[in-house]
Design a protein around this ligand. Structure first.
Ligand code: HEC
Ligand code: HEC
Length: 574
């Protein structure tokens, strides 16, 4: 349950007076408790403050934990790192958590158009996998506005630093308790488990990684991962050193999960992948993502950045929401109170039009790496015509909040430049910008092979005018021994309730109508759904002999008295 906010809504009050942390002298006792109920957990290991080494799986101080505990905690976090960057967690192997939470964008979504439906973006369609007990390779239209692409209606906030938040998501709906699939609190779990609570959501969410019918209760996802080899889809030369023991073990996730968790008093044993273990691994990984080496942490801010910081303190009400203490100060070393490191109070506020849903104050950490701003991705609530696409417009937005939560009196051009310098550069951890440990990560399959880059030609409509679209997002990975074969091709935007065939050929054909040649197989896919979707009912089996040898695929759908064709796809098994 969310505790009642003891502080008034920031937009209705002037600046918070310096209270708890006035002055530069900080005592550990004063730091022991979070000054805002929106933040939680344990601070980074302050024994090394002001330059704490990032603890792995932080929650206990690294300096006082036993070697055994440290080893276990690190192993869980490393498993979480592998899972976060593994596209096999998604229904059709096309999306990892990291697809939307890109480190080089500070942990946010770098993909063009990701927030709104955009025909040039995202995976067209998701091929549902067989759920346990049913053979359903079918493909169901998504009734929401995501038009069957894995794009989200809101912008993705970052997971970097999120370990300090008591509740997560823009509307704070995840945490602080870890709930089971039926909404009940999991007994004897961590007090603050928002990260765990959140982590189990995306894999079964139809706009993130799952699709209709994906659920933890069915056991399908657990089974899918149990039989998958960790990080099988990423570029192997980019696997971070700390997870190399996982990929190098030659084991599937079932064995790795057991190795990492078998000792656990509550979730131990030899049971492979479980929902709780998955959640704990991801959460441990997130607790290693501590962005604490920015210029502001190291006392390396330029004079202009310090001036920008002070302008924000003195001319803007910014820190009444964008800090934990309400009044961050630069200490003798030029650094701030560790609770203020996130530059967020972890609470939700209205900053657009009243009546819009309140949104959580995002951390300003690594803001300079963001490609998009605000929960909407461009700063508009859809009503007030606010569009913020760069730092200059951002300051203009806050300059135009008369007597409210913005800058007052408004910043001059020179002041604006200093504030931008602070926001854009002083809060950026160079390890995040350079994607180095602990922010290193493997290169995803979809980065090396962007969605749609395997398509060519163009579909042709039949009498009804529907032009079928090929769905070929699943990476054509030849399954390892014992792994489940999941490679499938689908079609969308086709005439409804019509027979569908998939032609497979050994060569391309220049067109203009047929784009594949030397057809060696035609697979009947049954009839399309009422929404015009079909999937090959018999998955195209990929075998080692096909490694590296391209083949070509194109859909033909009956259309009343005629027929229509999709564009073609080239498939190179790897
Ligand atoms: C399709 C894009 C997408 C994928 C894939 C995705 N996320 Fe997110 N993530 C989002 C969006 C959008 C939000 C904000 C949703 C909201 O607030 O309603 C979000 C929010 C979060 C937050 C909350 C941060 C905060 O401060 O509130 C965390 C943590 C997170 N995701 C972790 C994950 C993990 C772990 C996975 C994989 C299991 C994952 N995400 C997969 C788009 C994605
Ligand atoms: C009343 C609380 C409040 C005050 C005061 C406030 N902000 Fe915010 N800020 C928010 C909230 C809430 C959001 C997220 C809104 C959304 O995205 O829907 C936000 C978003 C932002 C973002 C976008 C971050 C991102 O990741 O997209 C920036 C940058 C920002 N604020 C800077 C400032 C500055 C600079 C000031 C002072 C001039 C300021 N804020 C004052 C609450 C506040």
């Amino acid at each position: 349950m969310q505790p009642l906010d003891p502080r008034p809504r920031a937009s209705h009050r002037p600046r918070l007076l310096p209270t708890l942390f006035a002055g530069a002298a900080l005592t550990l006792a004063a730091l022991a408790q979070s000054p805002t109920p929106g933040l939680t957990g344990e601070l980074p290991d302050t024994s090394h403050w002001p330059h704490p080494s990032s603890p792995s799986g932080n929650r206990y101080h690294r300096s006082t934990a036993s070697a055994l505990d440290l080893g276990r905690r690190d192993a869980i976090a490393q498993l979480g790192k592998a899972l976060f960057w593994d596209e096999q967690v998604s229904a059709d192997n096309s999306m990892a958590c990291g697809t939307c939470h890109d480190i080089k964008a500070g942990g946010t979504d770098i993909r063009h158009g990701a927030v709104h439906p955009n025909t040039n973006f995202g995976t067209f369609g998701v091929i549902a996998q067989a759920d346990v007990g049913t053979i359903d390779y079918g493909f169901v239209a998504n009734p929401t506005t995501q038009v069957d692409r894995l794009v989200t209606p809101v912008n993705a906030p970052t997971m970097i630093g999120a370990y300090l938040f008591r509740e997560l998501f823009w509307d704070l709906r995840a945490g602080p308790d870890f709930l089971d699939d039926f909404g009940n609190q999991i007994p004897n779990f961590l007090v603050d488990a928002a990260l765990e609570d959140l982590a189990v959501g995306p894999p079964v969410n139809e706009v993130e990684m799952g699709h209709e019918n994906m659920s933890w209760t069915s056991g399908f996802l657990q089974q899918k991962l149990n039989t998958s080899y960790p990080l099988a889809l990423v570029d192997p030369s980019t696997i971070p050193p700390d997870v190399a023991w996982i990929t190098g073990s030659g084991h599937r996730y079932d064995k790795i999960f057991d190795k990492v968790f078998h000792w656990h008093p509550q979730f131990g044993g030899f049971v492979g992948v479980t929902r709780e273990r998955f959640a704990m691994a991801i959460a441990h990984y997130h607790r290693t993502l501590i962005p604490d080496r920015a210029p502001i942490d190291l006392g390396l801010m330029s004079a202009a950045q310090v001036a920008g910081f002070n302008l924000i303190r003195t001319r803007g009400a910014c820190f009444s929401c964008h800090s934990a203490t309400g009044n961050p100060q630069l200490g003798v070393q030029g650094t701030v109170n560790p609770w203020d490191n996130l530059f967020s109070d972890g609470r939700a506020h209205d900053i657009f039009l009243p009546g819009q849903p309140p949104r959580k104050t995002p951390t300003l950490r690594n803001l300079g790496l963001h490609q998009k701003f605000f929960s909407t991705g461009h700063g508009s609530d859809g009503i007030s015509n606010v569009f913020v696409t760069n730092f200059s417009e951002l300051i203009d937005f806050y300059n135009q909040q008369p007597g409210g939560f913005g800058f007052f009196p408004p910043l001059s051009a020179g002041e604006k430049a200093r504030v931008i310098d602070f926001l854009q550069n002083a809060l950026t951890d160079p390890r995040v910008a350079a994607e180095t440990a602990p922010f290193d990560r493997p290169k995803l399959y979809s980065e090396a092979n962007p969605f749609g880059s395997n398509l060519y030609g163009s579909g042709t409509g039949g009498p009804s005018g529907f032009v079928p679209q090929m769905i070929a997002n699943a990476p054509p990975k030849v399954p390892g021994a014992g792994a489940v074969d999941w490679f499938k091709l689908g079609v969308g935007s086709a005439p409804p309730a019509e027979p569908a065939w998939l032609h497979l050929g050994a060569a391309t054909w220049p067109g203009p109508v047929v784009f594949i040649d030397l057809i060696f197989a035609t697979l009947f896919a049954g009839t399309t759904t009422n929404e015009g979707f079909a999937t090959v009912q018999q998955p195209v089996p990929l075998i080692p002999a096909m490694l590296g040898i391209p083949f070509f695929a194109q859909w033909k759908i009956a259309d009343g008295t005629g027929s229509c064709l999709s564009e073609a796809a080239v498939v190179v098994p790897f």
